[in-house]
Design a protein around this ligand. Sequence first.
Ligand SMILES: [Zn+2]
Length: 316
Amino acid sequence: MDVLHRFSFIDLPIRGQWVRLEKSLATATQFRVYPKPIHEMLGQMLAAVAMVADNLKFSGAVTLQSRGDGDLLRSLAECKDQSFLRGIMHLQNSHDNAVAEQPLAQWLGNGQLALSLIPDKESGMQPYQGFVSLEYDTLAQCLEHYFVTSEQLETCINFASDSSMGSPLVTGLLLQRLPNSPQATEIEIDAAREAWHTLSTLAATVTDEELSQLDAQTLLYRLFHEHPCRLHEPRALSYRCSCSRAKTNTTLMMLGDDDLRALIEERSEITVDCEFCGNRYTYDRALATEVLNELAAQATAVEKSSDSLNSPKTLH
Ligand SMILES: [Zn+2]
């Protein structure tokens, strides 16, 4: 089972997360064959969004997505409701399996990487998007820099990918220094600074082998055994695509009345495939006509609301 554990150090404003993904990564990659570094990067992106989502106080989605003109044209990893993952990578040349390791910025070319928090509509909260600077080689380093600069949280992140047991798995370890409590004394602040230095130095010594092969409890003991730490109950993570017929209807409506009508005339059936999970949504004439009717109803509603806005003017 794919899980995420939080852990916290006793009496210190330092917390951490350990996450391991195997099945959800396997499901996310079952429809596409990615070159090894891209497969690993998707795993790391999924681990990253799971860790960010774990700290959210609202329901919604966290996404990490890139756009660029390098070998990696577009990518997206999403964690919904803190538990459900999906992701996709679009390569310039998807059949090139010989792509070598390269710094993140080079993968993206002239590109951007953004972290978004998208609360559910019912929460009444606004979405937030922050850009992750690509000045470091790895995703882990770029995210560490992001947390320090955007959230003023000193952070240490390690990812390891491993395929030695067959199905590739990714493990992530994050350590984060929380702000000192307002009541903290000078001595406590100094102690927290000192502890952060020690613990982040220890975390940075973790090898890929340790990270990939040890369970959370054993790894924490091996790295930090002199510092008492509490491992919290695991959160289960799984692959689930958030596509639906309602969302596909919206996609079709974005074509506009004329183009959609032309498409229905031209074909007896319209199919829309979800690029994440391969789910196929089929529209026969009757279903497509329902979408057209919904589009027309929406247009009328918009007209009415703009009429009511304009009506005071028309009275003059
Ligand atoms: Zn889907």
